[in-house]
Design a protein around this ligand. Structure first.
Ligand SMILES: *Cc1c(COP(=O)(O)O)cnc(C)c1O
Length: 428
């Protein structure tokens, strides 16, 4: 048998050689516009805490009160004795928020995708996903054993081709002893996590109906941010009622932790019976549910509206500042390909929802170059993550810049000034 440590060390050396090695970075402060790392205060442009709720007094109060009333731990899985009042209260709040019959919460968004998809489709079924969907959906699709097809990012023609392919196989199926008709499940994100662009949900809903498929929309980066009261992109597109499975996370704009599915009562009942990541896992802690309840209420109230407005202002300043900066340095050597999705954003614009995504990817391409830029920005006091394979495709490395409603305009300027200094040496 090979030596354990040296075997792993060799694999790690391979990861390093590709510029893909990652390290955990200890943050010594709450998630906020500025974070303390290694004793230094850095401007934080890396967080998914888009509305600044992770450290919000009312959300913290929700967690504290839940701990005081229900304790630190849940003690058992939801189906045993772990289903505490805060879990039900959260699920009622989520169903009301998303205007669906019911909701089910999970311990994370990752667990939500894994449990939901593998409960809905199996080896006799079909699953069709956008090429850029989150790893949790890819892993879930594989775990389910369903026949998997991928369509090019937001490409409706390819989606239709995949749907036609699957539909032809569900209708000509020979074995009559199959207990049910094969299912076709289409899964997409609404706002894409690493690009910040959006899925053409209205057209996708038409297509899935045409071929008798179901649609699952992962609103991880839209929940709390767009649509009426922050309900999400499906709401902004006016097609919520036609989406079979609404998924989201409580860990991003909602500032807490956990994941959820909203939809029909039958969907929630089936998941409670079939979703293994729900069944075989201890119920989320009361603190997480308590914080999420407070956050779901907050995003629908006047403060939610106000925070979304501030966020849109910051996003506008950031996008405009970057566009101006890039226009000034057209010959910036390796940065010539540095681009961001500033213009395609409104291509699928909802009838009334012009909200821009808070995710601004600066595509660098080369992995080592992206890391070099991130390191240099950090030396200049700005924390922006370099996103590399396997989070994005090889050669698609990027700086993923995110602003939140808690940032002030001067902080956006601070970032733009630091970015300008980092871009300069590349020209030499
Ligand atoms: C973050 C994310 C998840 C996972 O959610 P967690 O609550 O962080 O586990 C799922 N889907 C997408 C698109 C995400 O960005």
């Amino acid at each position: 048998m090979r030596e354990f440590k040296s075997d792993l060390a060799q694999e790690l050396a391979g990861i390093r050689a590709q510029g893909l090695h990652r390290q955990l970075c200890e943050v010594e402060s709450p998630q906020s516009p500025r974070i303390n790392v290694a004793g230094r205060s850095l401007l934080n442009l890396s967080s998914n805490d888009y509305l600044g709720l992770a450290d919000h007094p009312r959300v913290k109060e929700g967690a504290i009160r839940a701990v005081e009333r229900f304790g630190a731990g849940s003690g058992a899985s939801r189906l045993v004795s772990g289903s505490l009042s805060p879990h039900f209260e959260l699920e009622e709040a989520l169903a009301e928020f998303k205007q669906t019959e019911a909701a089910l919460s999970f311990s994370s968004g990752y667990a939500t995708a894994l449990g939901t998809i593998s409960a809905l489709v199996g080896p006799d079924d079909f699953i069709i996903i956008d090429r850029l969907v989150h790893a949790s959906i890819v892993d879930a699709a594989r775990l389910s054993g369903a026949k998997l097809r991928v369509f090019a990012h937001n490409d409706l023609n390819e989606l239709e081709a995949r749907l036609a392919w699957a539909a032809a196989r569900t209708s000509t199926r020979a074995h009559s002893q199959t207990p049910r008709v094969p299912r076709i499940l289409v899964v997409t994100e609404s706002v894409f996590s690493m690009d910040g662009d959006r899925a053409p949900l209205r057209e996708m809903v038409e297509l899935k109906d045409k071929y008798g498929a179901w649609l699952m929309v992962d609103e991880a980066h839209a929940t709390g941010l767009c649509g009426t009261s922050g309900r999400g992109w499906a709401d902004a597109q006016n097609i919520s009622a036609r989406v079979e499975v609404h998924m989201g996370t409580l860990g991003k704009a909602l500032g807490s932790a956990g994941g959820f599915v909203c939809g029909a009562r039958e969907l929630v009942d089936l998941l409670a019976n079939r979703a293994r990541s729900f069944i075989f896992s201890t119920a989320p802690v009361p603190a997480a549910a308590g914080a999420a309840i407070a956050a779901v209420r907050l995003v629908q109230g006047p403060e939610g509206t106000a925070r979304r407005e501030v966020l849109q202002r910051r996003i506008g300043e950031l996008r405009e500042g970057i566009a101006t900066r890039l226009a000034q340095e057209p010959s910036a050597g390796g940065m010539a390909t540095l681009g961001f999705h500033g213009s395609s954003e409104r291509r699928f614009g909802g009838k009334s929802d012009a909200a821009e995504s808070a995710i601004v990817p600066l595509i660098v391409g080369n992995e080592a170059e992206a890391v070099r830029l991130a390191v240099e920005l950090r030396e200049r006091g700005v924390f922006v993550p370099a996103i590399r394979f396997p989070t994005v495709a090889r050669g698609q490395a990027r700086l993923r810049v995110t602003v939140t409603a808690s940032h002030i305009e001067a902080e956006v300027s601070e970032f733009l000034a630091a970015l300008a200094l980092c871009l300069r040496p590349v020209q030499a």
